[in-house]
Design a protein around this ligand. Structure first.
Ligand code: CU
Length: 393
């Protein structure tokens, strides 16, 4: 869970999510998916690609232009000096398709989406006018579905995510059983073994904001103490009180929630750009919540979470690599090199069996200077990964 996005979830354009027979389109405007989606290659003749500028201010975040043709749309977002409005999202109904957050005054960033015809909203929470319509018209001439490499990529990724969540379920059930049996030491070592599977796929889990919040939320995200549940609530008790007392109901709830997640992920249909954006989110999560020590503040197994986010990003990049190599071999090479540099930087802290059996040292023992070195590697990797969506969308 991204610590800055509280009480709601954010994944950039995760997928088309089918829930209980209801088709919810997360990445396009069409409810029936009949108009096709977006160009597989923005450089292809006939494919459309456009850029929209969004300036955030206290007043609002109206997009310029306010319309775009169906296809690949890149949103350039900048904060024009608002201290209270620091993010912009593209919404389709209630769903977040893409966003740029944590933009303090003067900062800018971008996100790229594949959009079908429809009316969307640009949303900037906290502004005087929070929502402005954004219209997409026409039908894209080419779809990523025409590119066999990209179709294969989405299938591979779906299979991998489902497998990871299956392991999450198994690992979490073992962890919660230990908690309920009062085996504190065993619970502590099983905690990380379950969590790493969540961290690998959390960009997908974040599609369902409420579940992500229940499973992976932090004390700071909870409006009231009763809302603080899941892994980190149990983590707090295990490490600060060295006890499992009174955790039975929380353990049961956590098991129920990961089982529900397993049911839900099997309904996701991924888009290539969504997979790429998910990889970017995972790398950004390393920076915002692992390097900082924010996420595992009681257990200090942050390096294992780091490992999970990095592996998840690398998997997403990996399935897209054949298509990316065909379109931008130089970027494919840079991404691979920077991944390796990040993996090497992390490996310096590997240990066997490691702190709490995590495979890594206790993160609280990693100095500020050492953390800076890790952050630099992650930063460079994030920068290259963030370019993938625009190339393959
Ligand atoms: Cu997390």
């Amino acid at each position: 869970m991204n610590p800055r996005a509280t009480h709601r979830r954010t994944l950039a354009c995760a997928a088309t999510v089918i829930t209980a027979g209801l088709l919810l389109t997360a990445c396009g405007g069409d409810k029936d998916d009949s108009k096709g989606s977006a160009p597989a290659d923005a450089k292809n003749a006939g494919a459309k690609s456009s850029t929209v500028t969004i300036g955030i201010s206290d007043k609002g975040c109206a997009p310029t232009p306010a319309t775009a043709p169906a296809g690949t749309v890149k949103f350039d977002v900048s904060n024009k000096g608002s201290a209270k409005v620091t993010e912009a999202e593209l919404l389709d109904g209630g769903k977040i398709l893409g966003e740029k957050e944590n933009l303090t005054p003067g900062l800018s960033g971008d996100f790229t989406l594949t959009l079908d015809a429809g009316t969307y909203q640009v949303y900037c929470p906290g502004a005087k006018t929070e929502k402005t319509d954004f219209k997409v018209t026409g039908a894209a001439k080419k779809s990523w579905k025409d590119d066999p490499q990209l179709v294969t990529a989405t299938q591979q990724y779906a299979t991998w995510v489902t497998g990871e969540v299956k392991e999450l379920v198994t690992g979490t059930d073992a962890f919660t059983a230990a908690v309920k049996a009062g085996k504190t030491d065993q619970a502590k070592t099983l905690y990380g073994k379950a969590r790493v599977h969540y961290e690998r796929i959390e960009s997908t889990a974040e599609v369902w904001g409420d579940i992500d919040g229940r499973i992976d939320g932090r004390i700071d995200d909870a409006p009231s103490p009763a809302d603080f549940t899941g892994f980190h609530r149990i983590e707090q008790e295990l490490w600060t009180k060295n006890s499992t007392a009174g955790l039975g109901a929380l353990a049961d709830q956590l098991s129920t929630d990961v089982h529900e997640l397993y049911t839900k992920v099997q309904t996701v249909e991924y888009q290539p750009a969504a997979i790429a954006n998910g990889a970017t989110d995972l790398v950004n999560e390393i920076q915002s919540s692992k390097i900082t020590g924010e996420e595992e503040r009681y257990s200090h197994i942050d390096l294992l979470d780091f490992d999970g986010n990095l592996a998840g990003a690398n998997k997403a990049v990996g399935v897209l690599l054949p298509a990316l190599t065909a379109k931008d071999p130089a970027l494919a090479t840079t991404v691979a090199q920077r991944y390796q540099a990040t993996a090497d930087a992390l490996k310096a802290y590997a240990a066997t069996p490691g702190y709490e059996d995590s495979g890594y040292v206790d993160y609280s023992k990693v100095t500020a200077d050492q953390r800076r070195v890790l952050a630099q590697a992650v930063d460079a990797y994030a920068e290259s990964v963030s370019k993938i969506a625009g190339k393959i969308a």
